[in-house]
Design a protein around this ligand. Structure first.
Ligand SMILES: [Zn+2]
Length: 161
């Protein structure tokens, strides 16, 4: 699925990329830009803005009004609406910063980019394939918090409505 995410949902954009979805996010895009891009590129528009949502639906653009206040609630809504699996697999994950693909990268190639302590502690690293971004990721301490968030979101999807 390809998502276009409005400027109020930067956190959700990052999460959807982590979950392997193709996501376009530009915090400077105005409502007219978003409607045009969603229409031209046939993307699903995710928004917090009721007015924008109504305009999208009126133009037959697939759109979802994101209701939750927390990342967990929003992720649960994505899971129930689009069937997105709430589990991160580094083989599928896209760069949270820019949405490009990540590539498995050898430690030896990252000595200038990753702190030595992390190179010693971890064995697998992934680098963003977009040369302008080039961010490097590894399953470090923040990963525990991410797994916790996904677990909480999964619990919400199991609650009776
Ligand atoms: Zn990137």
């Amino acid at each position: 699925m390809r998502f276009l995410v409005d400027g109020m949902l930067g956190g959700l954009a990052r999460w959807l990329r982590i979950l392997g979805q193709e996501v376009r996010y530009d915090s400077n895009a105005n409502d007219n830009d978003l409607l045009r891009i969603a229409h031209q590129e046939n993307m699903i528009l995710l928004t917090r803005d009721q007015e924008l949502y109504r305009r999208a639906i009126a133009r037959k653009i697939t759109s979802t009004l994101v209701l939750g206040e927390t990342e967990e609630e929003r992720l649960a809504q994505m899971a129930s609406t689009f069937g997105i699996v709430l589990d991160a697999d580094m083989a599928e994950t896209k760069c949270p910063e820019c949405g490009s693909d990540l590539k498995d990268t050898r430690k030896n190639d990252l000595v200038d980019e990753v702190p030595l302590a992390s190179l010693k502690l971890y064995n697998q690293f992934w680098k963003c394939t977009d040369l302008n971004c080039g961010k490097v990721y590894w399953v470090g301490s923040h990963w525990k918090q991410m797994r916790h968030t996904l677990e909480e979101a999964r619990k919400l999807t199991r609650l009776p409505r």
